[in-house]
Design a protein around this ligand. Structure first.
Ligand code: GAP
Length: 514
């Protein structure tokens, strides 16, 4: 699977074939940028949520959970700035009639410059071998310097134009850089326009009396409006956090790349309330923690990087993305924002209710500052799936497709396979399933030859296969086969539960030090 585009196509078709992801309402030809999760997808998604919840909520004495409603009072979105400022700058190509995000077109141009510089660096590394000094090369090579300088200039100009709402300059930039529609090559562009991303809906039966509402575009505001409820009822002291997992909706106009950019998606967000002035220290703390959380899954440390924001959102005084190397390149997986006291202050102003904390140490009342960690569940799902899918050549020359999901996230932890469908083997296999199913999601499978069953479970991502054979009837042992190494071990049935715990426990994966 050398080519990344091929890998991406393979991920999409594999996701469907093995019951991970289907297009929404597929029998009616689907609904653009909306997806359903199948039998394995629902389990994987739930396991990702549990992994996040365990590490963020249960492992932190000072973080509690929340499950706020999707529909909120419409003033919420006025206060948060979403009614006025939750826009994407869009541009249409007059010839191809295709619509693009103007900022993304420019960012992609800048990324190409970055890639050109990277290519030069890689060539030089090959040429100079061990004696290669990357820093010196980057600082002295005129071509690399030119690429990187141009990249910085382009991004700075984009950030300035967007901050100043100067959409004419964004269009001018696209024209100056001679950016073309990537499919048709046409450079015939319309003006750039702002487009609000919130989905509107109505509350109430008759059209006259109905109230206009929005489907929430982020879960964060449900946390802010409940700040005092949670703080008082849980008697939380600053610093403390409120975490939430839930659906969010955005009318994404340019929705491509499978589940990367969806119209209905899920977020896992945590707002951490701190003393004013302490926020940048906590921002660094959560940057480090969140990166450690990602790396704990063993999908490859080289697949993650930070991307600090040049253009800060209206509410932030520092912001970074954790980017993941998807099959279509490094893209945002999680955002970490220092949101100042913007949201709580705005809700105070619009609701006329105090959203403050009395700090007994400082003997002072203040509006706390907030550090937010916000990860898209579906993007996390895509990161896991695309990093896990491998095609391997085996020693005998045959190929296998294997989904090397972290065992803690795998939908099915073990498949229990009777070698043959007779002689009491299915009954013993069922007994094993009935015992293990209380603590682990396990599956019974007796269809096809054992080799084919192994391949099927490899491709579905099941970390262990437990094979019951005639010897099992005599000595109560079974064979455990490990998906990744394909190693096989004979073990007593009585030890299966502890083997599964060892392979799949939160403690092992998240790590004691988290
Ligand atoms: N509360 C802050 C917030 O919502 P954001 O950067 O707009 O910030 C946070 O979104 C995360 O939500 C992103 O890092 C991404 O993982 C996910 N996300 C945002 N829009 C998405 C979409 N259309 N489809 C899937 N995931 C999305």
């Amino acid at each position: 699977m050398a080519k990344q585009e091929d890998l991406f196509k393979k991920v999409i078709s594999h996701a469907k074939e093995y019951g991970y992801i289907f297009a929404s309402s597929e029998i009616y030809d689907g609904l653009s940028a909306v997806y359903d999760y199948g039998q394995n997808g629902a389990e994987l998604k739930k396991n990702i949520k549990d992994y996040w919840w365990k590490s963020m909520v249960h492992l932190h004495q000072n973080i509690v959970g929340l499950d706020a409603a999707i529909l909120m009072h419409p003033t919420t979105w006025k206060a948060s700035g979403h009614v006025d400022a939750f826009n994407d700058p869009l541009i249409d190509n007059k010839d191809s009639k295709r619509r693009f995000r103007a900022d993304v077109l420019v960012e992609e141009y800048a990324e190409k410059l970055n890639q050109k510089a990277e290519k030069e660096i890689a060539k030089a590394r090959k040429r100079f071998g061990d004696s290669f000094d990357q820093e010196q090369f980057v600082n002295t090579n005129p071509r690399v310097q030119r690429y990187l300088e141009e990249r910085t200039q382009v991004l700075e100009r984009l950030a300035k134009s967007l901050t100043e709402e100067n959409l004419q300059d964004v269009k001018a930039l696209i024209e100056e850089l001679e950016i073309a529609d990537p499919e048709t090559g046409s450079k015939n562009w319309t003006e750039v326009r702002q487009f609000n991303l919130m989905f509107g809906t109505k509350l109430g039966a008759s059209s006259d009396s109905a109230t206009d509402l929005y489907l929430r575009p982020e879960t964060a505001q449900g946390i802010f409006v409940n700040f005092s409820n949670v703080q008082k009822s849980a008697r939380m002291k600053i610093p403390f956090g409120i975490a939430q997992i839930g659906k969010a909706f955005r009318n994404e106009i340019v929705a491509r790349q499978f589940i990367f950019r969806m119209r209905e998606f899920e977020q896992m967000e945590m707002q951490f309330f701190v003393r004013p002035g302490d926020e940048l220290r906590w921002y660094e703390h959560w940057k480090e923690k969140r990166m450690a959380w990602h790396k704990s899954l063993g999908l490859g440390d080289e697949n993650y990087r930070f991307h600090d924001h040049e253009k800060l959102a209206h509410y932030a005084n520092a912001a970074t993305d954790i980017e993941f190397d998807y099959p279509f390149g490094f893209k945002e997986l999680e955002g970490i924002h220092s949101r100042t006291d913007f949201d709580l202050k705005a809700h105070e102003e619009f609701s006329h209710k105090k959203l403050r904390f009395y700090d007994p140490e400082l003997k002072e009342n203040y509006v706390p500052y907030v550090i937010e960690t916000s990860i898209g569940l579906d993007r996390m799902f895509l990161a896991v799936l695309s990093a896990a899918l491998k095609e391997e050549e085996l020693e005998d020359g045959s190929q296998r497709t294997v989904l090397k999901l972290p065992a803690v996230l795998a939908p099915v932890k073990a498949a229990v396979l009777p070698l043959v469908k007779k002689d009491g083997l299915p009954e013993l296999a069922q007994d094993i399933v009935n015992d293990l199913k209380w603590d682990f999601h396990v599956q019974y499978d007796d269809k096809d030859a054992i080799g084919r069953r192994y391949r099927r479970q490899d491709a579905a991502g099941t970390p262990l296969c437990i094979t019951v054979d005639h010897e099992s009837l005599e000595d109560q042992t079974v064979t455990v086969r490990y998906r990744d190494s394909m190693e096989q071990k004979r073990v007593p049935i009585a030890e299966l539960s502890s083997i599964l715990t060892e392979e799949t426990s939160f403690r092992k994966w998240i790590g004691e030090e988290f």
